[in-house]
Design a protein around this ligand. Structure first.
Ligand code: ZN
Ligand code: MN
Length: 152
């Protein structure tokens, strides 16, 4: 994907979230805008702390609490996907706010979105087998990312 196309995609995503916030009657403060800009531009499923570190470069006075509140606002309007982990840490996807599979590197913490063609089939198979009505899913693959594998 070209850099220009990517910028356009990020801007489209930001505009969509802004429209959704206004639709739901939430005010868009410069701090909130900065948080969602970082989230929309980030490729690596950032933690709240990682978002905070980046936003602080522009708003040196912003608090971690403001970042938390903005993220939970976005969660409330279903515009961010939260990936919670057993150690109580969370990572966030601002690009795809709906359930999708993830690849999680157990060494460096990198999280990637694989494009899987057989996910629908897998869901159908599970339904046929059990009669379960599936409404959502959580599918995580754990292992070593390409960079970490090369360092072995
Ligand atoms: Zn890794
Ligand atoms: Mn993702």
């Amino acid at each position: 994907m070209s850099a220009k196309h990517q910028d356009l995609e990020i801007q489209t995503r930001i505009d969509h979230i802004l429209a959704r916030l206004r639709e739901e009657g939430f005010r868009v403060t410069p701090q909130r805008l900065a948080v969602l800009e970082v989230l929309a531009a980030s490729e690596n499923h950032p933690s709240v702390e990682a978002i905070y570190d980046q936003v602080r470069r522009r708003f040196s006075t912003i608090s971690l609490a403001t970042v938390y509140k903005t993220i939970s606002l976005l969660k409330e309007i279903h515009e961010v996907l939260e990936l919670g982990f057993a150690d109580r840490s969370s990572r966030y996807d601002g690009h795809k706010p709906y359930p999708h599979p993830h690849l999680i590197c157990t060494r460096c913490g990198r999280i990637q979105d694989p494009e899987l063609s057989s996910l629908e089939e897998l869901t159908r198979e599970a339904t046929t087998q059990t009669g379960f009505e599936i409404v959502t899913h959580r599918l995580d693959f754990f292992g070593l990312c390409n960079d970490c594998r090369c360092e072995e």
